[in-house]
Design a protein around this ligand. Structure first.
Ligand SMILES: *Cc1c(COP(=O)(O)O)cnc(C)c1O
Length: 380
């Protein structure tokens, strides 16, 4: 009886706070999104038309790169970047042991093999001090992941790549608009891959992806491979696949791109409030802002030894936290064949055992931010 009274009294105040609330984002830009839909429907041009070409130009400009190839999703953006560089069967690509499976899957898809490297304890990003030891004769590329919106240490990575004649493909699928020493994510390696999955910082209303690069030959190769190997209609000097960003998604993304910097600033502001207000609560380890990086906080990833209990507690109070990710790549069933053992990448394993992401999106209200902080503090 007591709990029931309480929940009634709290009413709206206890409505669940989602990890990401896309309905609110849509509500904030409804007219422009609906106009974009209408305009594509009126044109009845659905594949590689004006919206696609304009988005490619605008996203390249945004990422401060020479060119951009829109594709069907972030996984294809990674795979096609590798293929465009001639990487595949028999080659190795070095990646952090902590990421979403799409990072490693995109490598295997080309026929190449993912080689894992452990992460930096403080931020979960690839440990550049461990990269050289992982380079074999088969190594062709390094694929750093700007995980949670935080750029990897690209100066160190580019220096190693130069020394060993390797390509660098940024997995920027969580880092639209992030900056490293003033430069945009997407402009730091030889090529970069972005995902426009709906929940990403720049998300379509379906799947989408893009490759950015300052090397226009990589971009035209990706465009060709993503269009059945064709540049001129019905001329196919090579085979490719069908991987394109459709007009509807391009039109939606063009609307959202205009808001992206504003949304990123808001994410950063909320993350700073979390870090300030949660400091010292229990054994929490909080993400740190680094002075030469502009993190776009795709996720606010904290760590605690009581992760599972905290997750359950928060969710029972309507704060919809989530784990990213419960297992490092080398311990996933899919990579059993590589024969990795528990304990091989201990920092990644420890990170996965302790990580929890708090709700974070641009439309969070002040009372919600306070509630997320208060609920987290009250657990400890
Ligand atoms: C989302 C994501 C991808 C894959 O993007 P999709 O569009 O889902 O194929 C790749 N890498 C990372 C780090 C991601 O978060």
């Amino acid at each position: 009886m007591k709990t029931k009274d309480k929940s009634i009294k709290q009413g709206q105040a206890s409505a669940p706070i989602q990890l990401v609330d896309l309905k609110r984002q849509y509500a904030s830009i409804k007219k422009e999104m609906d106009d974009a839909y209408k305009s594509v429907m009126d044109s009845c041009m659905f594949i590689r038309g004006k919206e696609h070409d304009d988005f490619a130009k605008e996203f390249a400009l945004y990422c401060e790169t020479k060119a951009c190839a829109p594709v069907a999703n972030g996984s294809d953006a990674l795979s096609l970047s590798l293929l465009a560089m001639g990487i595949g069967e028999g080659d190795e690509v070095i990646i952090p042991a902590l990421s979403f499976i799409a990072t490693s899957e995109s490598i295997t898809w080309t026929g190449a093999k993912p080689v894992f490297v452990d992460i930096v304890k403080s931020n979960g990003l690839i440990n550049t001090n461990l990269i050289e030891a992982a380079i074999t004769r088969q190594a062709k590329a390094i694929m750093p992941v700007h995980l949670y919106g935080h750029p990897a240490d690209m100066d160190a990575i580019m220096a190693i790549a130069k020394k060993h004649d390797l390509k660098v493909i940024e997995d920027a699928c969580q880092a639209h608009g992030a900056r490293y020493k003033g430069k945009r994510a997407g402009s730091l390696g030889h090529a970069a891959a972005f995902s426009f999955y709906p929940g990403k910082n720049l998300g379509a209303c379906g799947d989408g992806g893009a490759v950015t690069s300052n090397d226009e030959s990589i971009i035209s190769k990706v465009m060709q491979v993503g269009n059945y190997g064709s540049v001129k209609k019905y001329k196919h000097p090579i085979e490719g696949i069908n991987s394109r960003l459709d007009e509807m998604q391009a039109a939606f993304l063009r609307v959202k791109l205009r808001y992206l910097d504003k949304w990123s600033t808001k994410r950063r502001d909320v993350a700073r409030i979390y870090s300030k207000e949660l400091e010292g609560a229990g054994d929490l380890i909080l993400p740190e802002d680094e002075p030469d990086c502009e993190n776009v906080y795709h996720l606010y990833a904290l760590r605690t030894t009581k992760r599972d209990e905290l997750n359950e507690y928060l969710r029972s109070k309507g704060v919809m936290s989530q784990i990213h990710y419960p297992d490092p790549l080398h311990l996933l069933g899919a990579y059993g064949y590589l024969g990795h053992k528990k304990g091989q990448f201990p920092i990644s394993e420890d990170f996965c055992a302790k990580e929890l992401s708090l709700p974070l999106f641009a439309e969070l209200t002040e009372p919600e931010i306070s509630r997320i902080i208060e609920t987290t503090r009250s657990f400890f």
